[in-house]
Design a protein around this ligand. Structure first.
Ligand SMILES: [Zn+2]
Length: 323
């Protein structure tokens, strides 16, 4: 086979993926096919000034550029996933992020491209995770994808025809704030009855503690699933109800988007296949039949790597489009 100049050059192309969180900045070097070569993490120093967080990011980028150089190649683009709403066009934060206080209004592109001269694309972390699963994870090869991350909150990502759906003000795809009860629990978003108030990890714990009438007990979702396996009735009921809540939310999502595949990630999803089966049964009873044809419900595959993998996928996708 004759190797063209273009193919040889592609082998020496690298991407940087950054996943900014409240505790850590995860950072990784990706090959031309988007696969991970090196991955690392460092404290994000989220409690400090914005300039300090940028310094942490600069160091990570410098380290990975050096790594690419020792491999005889060069970094061509950077991707970054961040908490909060991100103006994708300008790659800057819109307003504040509660857990990363000084990060509000951060000028990601201006600051990073200004320093390194490399193109960067930044997006909301839930969108980046959805892209990760669709390019390298459980939804690889699918174009109509819904991703839900069940954790402290509920994050959502929507891919329509392979493209991340962001909405006109980049405030869309907040699937955790889909309401399942119009006069239900108040939510910190200003709404009521948001699925996040019913099926996130803290909501599940609260529901269980209400049932056992002992608010002092130290319980996590792991405890609840373990106790259910031992036959604890309150734990079983809590899990059944969580599945019903998620089923109600997913039925609305399925009727609206008619996805090919739904990916569930986060700690609660680690509970296993049986929990997923319960969720499936719950939405099947509530969804219009044509939208269920061929629909898959799967667990996320990439776990803690989803952020950096997605950031690399974003950098690669946008860089290739810009060429
Ligand atoms: Zn809400």
């Amino acid at each position: 086979m004759i190797r063209t100049g273009e193919a040889m050059a592609a082998e020496n192309i690298y991407y940087i993926g950054l996943d900014l969180g409240c505790t850590f900045l995860k950072y990784a070097l990706g090959a031309s096919d988007g696969s991970l070569i090196v991955k690392k993490k460092t404290p994000s120093r989220a409690d400090q000034a914005q300039s300090v967080i940028f310094e942490v990011i600069f160091s990570a980028i410098e380290e990975l550029m050096e790594e690419a150089k020792t491999r005889g190649g060069k970094v061509v683009a950077i991707g970054l996933g961040s908490p909060g709403a991100v103006d994708f066009k300008k790659c800057r934060l819109i307003g504040n992020t509660p857990n990363l206080q000084s990060w509000g209004n951060a000028e990601i592109r201006k600051t990073i491209t200004g320093r390194f001269g490399l193109p960067i694309w930044a997006d909301n972390d839930a969108n980046v995770m959805a892209l990760a699963e669709a390019t390298q994870g459980a939804a690889k090869g699918y174009k109509y994808v819904i991703a839900l991350t069940l954790g402290t909150g509920i994050g959502g990502g929507i891919l329509i025809d392979g493209e991340i759906y962001r909405g006109i003000n980049y405030a869309g795809a907040e699937l955790g704030h889909l309401s399942i009860a119009y006069d239900g629990h108040p939510c910190n978003c200003g709404g009521r009855g948001c699925i996040e108030q019913y099926a996130s990890a803290p909501a599940m714990v609260r529901n269980y503690l209400d049932k056992i009438k002992d608010a002092s007990e130290e319980v996590t979702t792991i405890t609840i699933f373990a106790r259910a396996a031992e036959g604890d009735q309150s734990a079983i009921e809590t899990i059944d109800e969580t599945a019903e809540y998620l089923g109600a939310a997913l039925a609305s999502i399925i009727n609206t988007f008619n996805p090919e595949i739904i990916v569930i990630g986060g700690g609660v999803a680690d509970a296993g296949e049986e929990f997923l089966t319960r969720i499936r049964h719950a939405y099947e009873g509530r969804t219009m039949k044509p939208a269920l044809k061929g629909l898959k419900l799967v667990r996320a595959k990439l776990g803690n790597d989803a952020g950096v993998v997605g950031a690399i996928s974003l950098a690669k996708k946008m860089y290739e489009q810009s060429q």
